[in-house]
Design a protein around this ligand. Structure first.
Ligand SMILES: [Mn+2]
Length: 327
């Protein structure tokens, strides 16, 4: 990671006192870990800081929510000297009331992210695409460029972000520096075994049964098994009492299949289908597919939306695009 950028970010953090922290809607582990982690460090180092999380977080993160997170009422944007947006590629995805989004863009907004297609909507933008997670950018900045103390609690939050965005250090974004920074977080006291148990070994039984049903009923493959997809219908979620927000890692059941290069989960939203895409091979960029559908993301993990009346229509569009990608 570029030292200059981190030093500049470190100065912004040191030079302000009154922070509001935001992240993206439908927050995932990196969004939540970055938000809670930076919030904790700022408060523990004598800064005034609020963090806003308007949505109920996915179940696996519920035991980690720290005291003092604002969840119920929209923050008064004018009362902060620095607003930090974490892990969010485009301003329309910021987790805040729609009516406040425009005003937000005229505030002193700092944009910290690792998505390569970040739209640079902040007054200052700290985008580091080679970071495995936004939580990693936060950790390295705090450690190397601010001299602030990182407590065990804060280290645990930041490790959460790093763990979830690397799939427990299994994905391609795991490099030597990722593991070095993970080691730094462990040295700072991150509660690794609590995280592993909560994040990876705590699926409720109804969720595991839903997964089994999804695989046996809705899993499809094509191109000699190189493409696997499944339609996660509202019906199957309702049948097993699973909430959409708790399906963040569901796509890994497709990704783990031998020979699969590209995995996709589709689910209904409004007048079409949201799609979540993963690739196991740098040769096949799912970000490219996502961008062609007005979505975006990382080369190996991306998302988009297809307007379509029924799922077979959306599946057909995808099948053509993925066929072309796989060649
Ligand atoms: Mn992230």
């Amino acid at each position: 990671m570029t030292k200059n950028i981190l030093d500049e970010l470190g100065s912004v953090i040191k030079g302000n006192d009154n922070f509001l922290l935001l992240t993206h809607e439908k927050p995932d582990g990196d969004a939540i870990g970055s938000l809670f982690g930076l919030f904790t460090v700022l408060r523990e180092n004598g800064k005034k800081a609020d963090a806003y999380l308007p949505e109920k977080p996915p179940m696996r993160y519920a035991p980690f929510v720290p005291e003092g997170i604002i969840t119920d009422k929209a923050p008064d944007l004018g009362s902060y000297s620095c607003i930090v947006c974490l892990d969010t590629a485009t301003s329309d995805r910021i987790g805040i009331e729609k009516s406040l989004k425009e005003k937000l863009l005229s505030c002193p907004l700092i944009n910290i992210d690792h998505h390569p297609d970040n739209k640079l909507f902040g007054r200052q933008n700290f985008i580091i695409p080679d970071a495995a997670a936004t939580a990693e950018i936060i950790f390295v900045t705090l450690q190397d460029s601010t001299g602030m103390r990182i407590s065990q609690t804060a280290a645990t939050f930041l490790m959460m972000g790093l763990l979830m965005d690397t799939g427990g250090f299994r994905f391609d974004n795991t490099g030597a520096s990722t593991l070095k920074n993970a080691s730094g977080l462990m040295a700072a006291g991150a509660d690794y075994s609590r995280l592993i148990n909560a994040l990876f070994f705590s699926q409720p039984l109804n969720f595991v049964r839903m997964e089994a049903e999804l695989v046996s009923r809705n899993l499809r493959t094509s191109f000699s098994g190189r493409y696997a997809w499944a339609y996660l219908s509202d019906e199957i979620l309702a049948e097993f009492g699973v909430e959409k927000r708790d399906t963040e890692s569901l796509i890994d059941i497709l990704r783990q299949i031998q020979g699969v290069e590209i995995a996709v989960i589709l689910y209904r939203k409004d007048d079409g289908f949201k799609i979540s895409l993963r690739s196991k091979n740098k040769k096949y960029s799912v970000a490219k597919v996502a961008r062609a559908l007005n979505g975006g993301g990382h080369e190996l993990a991306a998302g988009a939306f297809i307007k379509a009346g029924d799922v077979s229509e959306a599946e057909k569009i995808l099948l053509d695009m993925i066929g072309e990608l796989l060649g």
